[in-house]
Ligand binder design. Structure first.
Ligand code: SIN
Length: 290
């Protein structure tokens, strides 16, 4: 990581990854309301780096909720039972003896099958396993920018089809699962619905274009045969997940991570069987992709 040479921030200290994708922010106590200036700087750093980590933030659930709401109103989290008394918090708990695949183990952008998918996801680490459990992020902006002009022109008018069906639908992976899972998934025919979003979306704050597709939730391209869309999407997924576009987030306990679902996709790595991993997650509402 490298410290910004000429920092544009007065309150926070931001150490960014060399690529600019991903950064760590210190100099704040998120347990208390931030000043207007500090909040504006956090939002600016988040817009710039897309994935921002705040180490050493021992937050209660109420404090996590309060910080989330300072970023924006809560998003809607379907298909997973929230925590009792905290309808906007999901507890991602995987017990040491669980055999079910860890939650989030496929590239996705959160709830991209919604009309207005969440702008942000916040994930707070309570218990971090001694091995494994990293979260990988794909920079969908740089992945888009690295495409040829011809490919960009071809993709520009396309609408991608998104659905939660493969995961939460009646024939989806969770419906077929037999191993015990602590996280309470709600399989539903609602998940089998689909809608379309522009395959290339423009970020409402930065104006930068990003590929807005993922292997988990993007099930086709409008107007194309399954064979055609599988070929194009397959090529794009391979392109996006090259090392040069990936930031690997290594967790420490009591760390808050906030990512931008409008220009990233993520993948939760396993590799920690035999160890507890416990996180709390909230989302911030977003707008209709354009
Ligand atoms: C997710 O939100 O997909 C889970 C990420 C993680 O647990 O690392």
């Amino acid at each position: 990581m490298s410290q910004d040479a000429e920092s544009p921030y007065r309150t926070i200290r931001v150490t960014a990854e060399p690529s600019g994708f991903g950064a760590e922010i210190v100099g704040l106590d998120l347990a208390h309301p931030l000043s207007k200036g500090a909040l504006a700087e956090v939002k600016a750093a988040w817009a710039r780096h897309a994935v921002v980590a705040f180490p050493d933030q021992p937050l209660t659930l109420d404090q996590l909720e309060a910080f989330t709401q300072a970023i924006g109103p809560f998003g809607e989290d379907p298909f997973i039972k929230p925590m009792p008394g905290h309808p906007n918090v999901l507890e991602l708990r995987r017990e040491p003896d669980e055999k079910a695949t860890n939650f989030g183990a496929g590239w996705h952008s959160d709830w991209s099958f919604q009309q207005a998918p969440p702008a942000a996801t916040l994930l707070h680490s309570e218990v971090v396993p001694p091995v494994g459990g990293d979260t990988l992020f794909c920079d969908c902006v740089r992945a888009y920018e690295a495409l040829s002009e011809v490919m960009k022109q071809m993709l520009a008018p396309l609408m991608a089809v998104h659905s939660a069906g493969r995961a939460y639908g009646t024939q989806g992976v969770f419906a077929k699962e037999t191993a015990r899972r602590t996280l309470q998934i709600v399989v539903s025919p609602e998940a089998d619905k689909s809608l379309t979003h522009p395959l290339v979306r423009t970020h409402p704050l930065t104006g930068r274009k990003a590929l807005f597709i993922s292997p988990v939730y993007t099930v086709g391209i409008e107007g194309m045969t399954p064979k055609e869309s599988t070929a194009i999407l397959g090529h794009l997924f391979q392109h996006m997940t090259q090392d040069e576009f990936i930031y690997r987030h290594r967790w420490r306990p009591k760390m808050l991570l906030m990512w931008d679902n409008r220009c990233t996709m993520h993948f939760a790595e396993g590799g920690y069987d035999g160890h507890l991993r416990l996180m709390h997650r909230t989302t911030v509402a977003g707008d209709v992709p354009r």
